[in-house]
Design a protein around this ligand. Structure first.
Ligand SMILES: CC(C)(COP(=O)(O)OP(=O)(O)OC[C@H]1O[C@@H](n2cnc3c(N)ncnc32)[C@H](O)[C@@H]1OP(=O)(O)O)[C@@H](O)C(=O)NCCC(=O)NCCS
Length: 152
């Protein structure tokens, strides 16, 4: 899908009223199942790091970050609605998240990604994430995850 010149894409902090839509994107993009309650917990864990990308006021992507320690952040969830992928939306969300982390004196970011999710792995590699280790049976279907990490 191409964006039109009149389309307006924006990133803003998520609000509680956005959570249902975010759950919808998560469950259509990711293999784990996310409930509204779980998403609310993520939202409350670090509200500034829960951001949505809107196109003409409709949410089409989001990122949920968390703190792993005082100086390390985590990307908990990142997803863009399928028909809007490869348009730079993931990149925009990632850049805003990194900027936020820098403002909070975070020095590194970690994340887990399914070992068969080559699309996301390429995306993260492009942003300088390296694979640190493999976590066996990380997901509910017993699939493995790569732990990826980046200094910022
Ligand atoms: C991973 C994801 C968020 C990327 O979002 P996106 O909006 O499509 O990514 P962007 O368009 O911003 O891509 C930025 C860069 O990442 C790389 N990239 C993105 N998709 C890629 C792919 N399929 N293959 C290789 N590289 C890719 C490209 O280098 C791209 O830069 P370029 O367009 O200048 O070449 C998106 O694919 C997605 O929602 N996937 C499903 C959910 C998911 O797997 N999330 C991660 C779970 S850990």
């Amino acid at each position: 899908m191409a964006l039109k010149s009149e389309d307006i894409g924006k990133i803003r902090n998520a609000e509680i009223s956005d959570i249902e839509r975010v759950v919808e994107i998560a469950n259509s993009s990711l293999t784990e199942y996310y409930t509204t309650n779980l998403m609310m917990d993520l939202y409350h864990s670090w509200r500034d790091a829960f951001m949505v990308y809107t196109l003409n006021d409709r949410i089409i992507g989001f990122i949920a970050g968390g703190k792993f320690s005082r100086t390390e952040a985590r990307i908990l969830l990142l997803a863009v609605e399928e028909k809007f992928r490869h348009l730079g939306i993931g990149k925009a969300l990632m850049n805003d998240f990194i900027d936020l982390c820098r403002m909070h004196n975070i020095m590194s970011i970690r994340l887990e990604v399914r070992t068969d999710n080559t699309e996301a792995i390429h995306f993260y590699q492009k942003y300088g994430f390296s694979t640190i280790s493999t976590i066996r049976a990380y997901y509910s279907d017993s699939s493995d995850a790569y732990l990826m990490w980046k200094l910022i």
